[in-house]
Design a protein around this ligand. Structure first.
Ligand SMILES: [Zn+2]
Length: 396
């Protein structure tokens, strides 16, 4: 799956993105691409059953810091790409296409207005109604009723101010003027009254979301996740050195999305009645990786070998979930934490493999043999570039 994840990101998604920057794709097309990406990721083929799709697609298509796999959410990324047109319209207004209709939606324009700030110079480039030049707001949002009755919605600010042209543009006879019309009119009038244009200085725009104040597709994309719940997945899994398949496994396991016996039982699917490691109780994620007698013995051995006291099971805090336990161990004091996080992934991965070997291959290893396999795997990881893990184990 980790390999397919890379292919989903770099092949299927990239192919779509090339076209999405120029076209406004219908929702149905995006859904179709999503369905193909989903089937390929979870099943590697054109058909998929519920058992294979372990995590909801919307969750998978979130940035890693928000708990997802970092697969691009197509609707949101397409919006980020279309916003580039709006930026370019400002930044390079001499291009031939600037007089053509842009493939942007109302929502694109609203987000663009919220992510940019405009400083008014001579007012020739700023649109009176459509640009967010009033402390980040567009006059069409400040005075929507007045905007509706204006006959010229594309006036530049300098045209509009000249001789109060914007007032002559209003067609107040076409509607029944209400109190709200008067309120909005006065508000806009006072804003325009205060503005003083600076001849000879060009209007300019800056992007609020990046340090260099220039548009970037990445920041436009991530802005659409502002307010989403943040998770610690990035620093306990994705930024840690480990082979991609082990990280993918960890991501699933932490969310309780691997097929442990308790989850199989809920669906009435074939499963072992008791934990394959201790044979005592129904297997759950928390039991298998944290509470199981054998797992604790493995951790005791690992703690002694790695010389990290915090890893000894009797020193663990009581945890209600696997994620809570993982987070608490990942923040253990007085050791190389980045290396420790690699070790956490390695040991959990080994426990899972031991469990699978017992169930599917009818082979079981002793605690000493399991420790030996962890040690040899760790040295393979170090040879492959796990420098922090090497630092953690340097004293050995
Ligand atoms: Zn057990």
């Amino acid at each position: 799956m980790a390999g397919r994840l890379t292919l989903v990101k770099s092949v299927i998604t990239s192919q779509a993105i090339y076209l999405l920057s120029a076209l406004r794709a219908p929702k149905e097309i995006l859904n179709l691409i999503d369905s193909r990406r989903k089937k390929f990721l979870w099943a590697g083929c054109a058909q998929i059953t519920g058992g294979k799709c372990k995590v909801n697609w919307l969750r998978s298509a979130r940035p890693k810091e928000c708990g997802g796999l970092g697969i691009l959410h197509l609707t949101k990324f397409a919006r980020a790409l279309r916003m580039r047109w709006l930026w370019q319209e400002w930044a390079s207004s001499t291009r031939f296409w600037t007089t053509l209709e842009l493939p942007c939606t109302t929502k694109d324009r609203q987000l663009f207005a919220a992510t940019t700030s405009i400083s008014v110079g001579d007012g020739t480039k700023v649109s009176l109604w459509n640009d967010a030049w009033v402390q980040g707001l567009r006059p069409k949002d400040i005075a929507p009723l007045i905007f509706n009755v204006s006959r010229r919605k594309n006036r530049s600010l300098s045209e509009a101010l000249w001789n109060h042209t914007w007032i002559w543009d209003l067609n107040l006879f076409s509607v029944e003027v209400t109190e709200q019309h008067i309120v909005e009119y006065c508000r806009l009038w006072s804003i325009l009254q205060r503005i003083s244009l600076q001849p000879g200085i060009c209007d300019s725009i800056s992007w609020k979301l990046s340090e260099d104040r220039q548009y970037s597709a990445k920041s436009a994309y991530l802005a659409q996740f502002l307010g989403s719940e943040l998770t610690n997945m990035n620093w306990i899994i994705w930024k840690v050195w480990a082979p991609p398949k082990c990280k993918f496994f960890s991501w699933l396991a932490i969310q309780n999305r691997i097929w442990t016996a308790d989850r199989l039982a809920k669906r009435d699917w074939p499963h072992n009645a008791t934990c394959a490691l201790c044979g005592q109780t129904l297997e759950s994620g928390l039991h298998l990786f944290v509470e199981c007698r054998l797992t604790k013995r493995i951790w005791e051995e690992v703690a002694v070998w790695a010389a990290v006291e915090g890893l000894i099971p009797s020193n663990w805090d009581c945890s209600e979930s696997f994620l809570q336990w993982w987070t608490s161990l990942a923040t253990t004091q007085d050791c190389n934490r980045k290396g420790l996080r690699s070790l956490l992934i390695l040991v959990n991965w080994t426990v899972w493999r031991e469990r699978n070997a017992r169930i599917f291959d009818h082979k079981s290893f002793t605690c000493a043999q399991i420790l030996a396999s962890i040690i040899s795997e760790a040295s393979a990881w170090i040879r492959a570039g796990a420098n922090q893990l090497a630092n953690l184990l340097a004293s050995l």
